[in-house]
Design a protein around this ligand. Structure first.
Ligand code: IPM
Ligand code: MN
Length: 355
């Protein structure tokens, strides 16, 4: 097959890790006879530096016209001024919205050879294999109004957590579809004991569930979910939640795999799919060549699977990652400071060599 991929390396470690994913995609193209072309654009802080905005119309149009988008990470201290008009994250949110990528799929599957890298005891990690479905284009990230102001010399600000029933409906349906292909049990995470918007979420889950009589479901409050993720992570199979709760609990869930650097994601919806690791730009280690590229490389595998329907190729990339970890190859984040860690390039090379 032929595919045109837009790459958005972004900021910090983004360019370092995306490099590994591109190498993997090239190796897959060669081995399986596909033709992938890569077109690089700026997103985030680097785009602010060059164009004054974090996402230009041209970049968004290129993404919309492409077959898939591969994204590194955005942000960094250079653009962190709280009074700045334009922030790198704005470009990322604009991209998600612009591509109508409302469903962020984040699989969490600890590798049996990496259990020692997790802060949890290995026996707690037995059987952990979950998918978190995070709503990505609504909720408090996008709700209007957002405001800051001053009254009687006192500063205030607020954001709005807003969901339409149809936004909840479509993400819950997608999560049930995933659950159907797995253990047929869906956990919906909310804060319905406090938030009106969560009560709408709950009602909608209950409505949609009627179309999935073959599946069971339950509601879990987000604070309890955060605890259960640590005390009984294997209990989770498919979970669905709103934008902000999903952001928070997937960082938490990622450490079950040993490092947040391992976790990939796919952002899917009505337009082009976006594939990005869940980690950020890690400015503290940017430029050192030590970042873990696995989350980025597994995101490329998700691209092969979800945008190109190349299951064999996707599974081959995942097997190459597993094989590399199995052989004891570790980046610093997986090695707990022990000697013998490899750099970003070496890790990517080890994975490519096992394809
Ligand atoms: C993520 C990130 C982003 C988010 C930031 C960079 C805006 O944390 O993809 O999880 O909050 O969605
Ligand atoms: Mn996040």
């Amino acid at each position: 097959m032929k595919a045109n991929i837009v790459t958005l390396p972004g900021d910090g470690i983004g360019p370092e890790v995306i490099d590994g994913a591109i190498q993997v995609m090239r190796a897959v193209a060669e081995k399986y006879g596909h033709e992938f072309t890569f077109e690089e654009h700026l997103l985030g802080g680097c785009s602010i530096d060059k164009y004054g905005v974090s996402l230009t119309d041209e970049t968004l149009a290129a993404c919309q016209a492409s077959d898939a988008v591969l994204l590194g990470a955005v942000g960094g201290p250079k653009w962190d001024d709280p009074n700045a008009k334009e922030r790198p994250e704005k470009g990322l949110l604009g991209l998600r919205k612009g591509l109508q990528a409302y469903a962020n799929i984040r699989p969490v599957r600890p590798n049996a050879n990496l259990l020692d890298a997790s802060p949890l005891r290995p026996e707690r990690l037995e059987g952990v294999d979950m998918v978190v479905v995070r709503e990505l284009t609504g909720g408090i990230y996008f709700g209007e109004p957002k405001e800051k102001g001053m009254v009687d010399g006192k500063e205030y600000s607020f954001d709005t957590m807003h969901y339409w029933d149809w936004e909840v409906d479509r993400i819950v349906r997608l999560a049930f579809d995933i659950a159907r292909g797995r253990k047929k049990h869906l956990i919906s995470i909310d804060k319905a004991n406090v938030l009106e918007v969560s009560r709408l979420w709950r009602r909608t889950v209950e409505k949609v569930a009627q179309d999935y009589p073959d599946c069971t479901y339950e509601h879990l409050l987000v604070d309890a979910a955060a605890m259960h993720l640590i005390t009984k992570p294997a209990y989770f199979d498919v979970a669905v939640t709103g934008n902000m709760f999903g952001d928070i609990i997937t960082d938490e869930a990622s450490v079950l795999t040993g490092s947040m650097g391992n976790l990939p994601s796919a952002s899917l919806g009505d337009g082009t799919g976006i594939y990005e690791p869940i980690h950020g730009s890690a400015p503290d280690i940017a430029g050192e060549g030590i970042a873990n590229p696995i989350g980025m490389i597994l995101s490329a595998a998700m691209m092969l699977r979800h945008s190109f329907n190349l299951e064999t190729e996707a599974a081959a990339v995942e097997a190459a990652v597993d094989g590399t970890i199995g052989a004891g190859v570790r980046t610093l984040d997986l090695n707990w400071g022990k000697p013998g860690s490899v750099g970003t390039r070496e890790m990517a090379h080890e994975i490519v060599s096992r394809l």
